[in-house]
Ligand binder design. Structure first.
Ligand SMILES: Nc1nc2c(ncn2[C@@H]2O[C@H](COP(=O)(O)OP(=O)(O)OP(=O)(O)O)[C@@H](O)[C@H]2O)c(=O)[nH]1
Ligand SMILES: [Zn+2]
Length: 188
């Protein structure tokens, strides 16, 4: 990202919305926005394999592992407004486990881009599967979209839930039920 170029675009945007980019309170704003955007879109840089690098461990287990309530912040690709909520990730190990912080890092990796919630959910599930070669993977994301809250339909309490299930989570009702119980939901 060319920060100087982004700063120029932000100054132009400020002018277009009727502001004066030269007034004192806004002087540093283009630089701040450029820094914030670089962070919020940092998921375009690097790849998922680097995120989990060194933290996939051989472990003779074939049980379910869950990381729940991983908070996430992303930007909707339609309005560039935030959506935020929680991700719950489960997998049935097959001789390998992943460092638990890496599950949260994978969520951030895919959340820090322009997203729709469905794709974010699927990308996290795919990356977990790719890393641990699990028997099955399940990801549930629950999020609120500011584009539905502060504009548009202006609904303050609606929560969007998306899920992606792979392997045994897709095939087996019992596995899916165990996952939903462990993340504290009775059904999707
Ligand atoms: N499925 C899905 N839809 C999303 C997500 N984020 C935003 N949207 C929706 O994308 C749609 C874009 O619809 P448009 O009619 O093109 O845009 P709009 O005129 O701003 O629509 P409103 O939000 O209804 O005012 C809206 O229905 C949004 O609610 C997401 O993560 N997943
Ligand atoms: Zn939106």
């Amino acid at each position: 990202m060319d920060a100087a170029k982004v700063e120029g675009l932000v100054r132009e945007l400020l002018r277009e919305i009727g502001e004066d980019p030269a007034r004192e309170g806004l002087l540093q704003t283009p630089a701040r926005v450029a820094r914030a955007l670089a962070f919020l879109t940092s998921g375009y840089r690097g790849d998922a394999a680097e995120v989990v690098h060194r933290a996939v461990f051989a472990q003779p287990t074939n049980h379910m592992v869950i990381a729940r309530d991983i908070e996430l912040y992303s930007l909707c690709e339609h309005h560039l407004l935030p959506f935020f909520g929680r991700a719950h990730i489960g997998y049935v190990a097959q001789g390998r486990v992943i460092g638990v912080s890496k599950l949260a890092r994978l969520v951030d990796h895919f959340a820090r881009r322009l997203q729709i919630q469905e794709r974010l959910t699927e990308e996290v599930a795919g990356a977990v599967q790719e890393a641990v070669k699990a028997d099955g993977v399940g990801v549930v994301v629950e999020a609120q979209h500011l584009c539905m809250m502060m504009r548009g339909v202006e609904k303050q309490n609606s929560m969007m839930t998306t899920s992606a299930v792979l392997g045994s989570f897709r095939r087996s009702t019992a596995t899916r039920a165990e996952f939903l119980t462990l993340i504290g939901r009775r059904h999707l």
